[in-house]
Design a protein around this ligand. Structure first.
Ligand code: MN
Ligand code: MN
Length: 283
């Protein structure tokens, strides 16, 4: 795969592909983003922020430089979303076939559609402000506003939970398909507490999970630099809790929709830290 990838490496990525447990790669693409583009710059912004984290975290009493992380660098940026999704599908398939855990740095959310095609045996947890449930948007079924709908087509009904929802069009809301995904609003999480949703989520997604974090699911106060910010979101620690709770059942992971040029530095650090929270709680 050499030559296909380029870019910086995550500081704790000390493993070669062959010996690794976790395989990081960037999917730099923001071609369908409707509002604040720039997520194609996110993978390296996360790597640079990560460099300011300690390699050790006492919360997990774990040293990430010993985790077995390989960083392949970034996929080539394709000119169309179809090509980008295909490219993500291919590389994620290779990683999963080798029984390693892919950690994809988007890019806009549409790249997740490529990954999920290799996880038909899994349930799915999505963190997102938006339901992403349009059948097509701006004439494109792979638009980043259609990710949950496309994932439903791959996985089937009652296997996906999307958490942090607070933006849905009436067209999406009134579709029959909408009831086939469990959308848990950020208000519901705030009212009942994050722990209250664990058993329901577990029942729906089962014990094999693909976990996708659209950074806009988190409140803009913690994660301001996203393509489509939406007020009244999840707390950073709510998302950490879910990542910790479900990491051992997670076989594929991504962080998407971070647009670095709108950042005050916090979004990049949070994205970098979430990678540690995922790996640290799996051990
Ligand atoms: Mn999304
Ligand atoms: Mn979103």
């Amino acid at each position: 795969m050499t030559g296909y990838f380029s870019s910086l490496k995550l500081p704790d990525a000390t493993s070669e592909f062959k010996e690794s447990r976790y395989v990081i790669f960037g999917a730099p693409f923001d071609g369908t983003s409707s509002y604040r583009k720039g997520s194609k710059l996110a993978p390296n912004a996360v790597r640079v922020a990560y460099d300011n984290l300690e390699s050790f975290d006492p919360r997990y009493s774990f040293d990430f430089s010993e985790a077995g992380i390989c960083d392949l660098g970034d996929l080539q940026e394709e000119s169309t979303v179809d090509e980008m999704v295909e490219s993500v599908e291919m590389v994620t398939g290779i990683i999963r076939k080798e029984a390693k855990i892919p950690i994809m740095l988007g890019g806009e959310h549409s790249v997740t559609v490529g990954a999920i095609r290799n996880f038909k045996d899994c349930g799915m947890i999505i963190i997102d402000a938006h339901s992403d449930f349009r059948d097509s948007y701006h004439g494109n079924r792979l638009n980043h506003a259609c990710v949950t709908r496309r994932s439903l087509e791959v996985l089937g009904p009652d296997r996906i939970v999307s958490i942090g929802t607070r933006s849905t069009s009436m067209e999406e809301y009134e579709s029959d398909e909408f009831r086939k995904v469990r959308f848990i609003t950020s208000d519901e999480v705030r009212e009942k507490g994050i722990k209250s949703i664990v058993s329901e989520v577990r029942r729906i997604v089962g014990d094999r999970i693909y976990f996708s974090i659209d950074m806009d699911g988190i409140d803009p106060a913690y994660a301001p630099a996203v393509g489509t910010p939406e007020p009244y979101g999840l707390k950073d620690t709510d998302v950490r809790f879910l990542v910790n709770e479900f990491s051992r059942n997670t076989f594929g992971f991504d962080i998407v929709e971070f647009s670095p040029q709108f950042d005050n530095g916090n979004t990049a650090m949070l994205a970098a830290k979430i990678i540690q929270d995922f790996i640290g709680s799996r051990k």
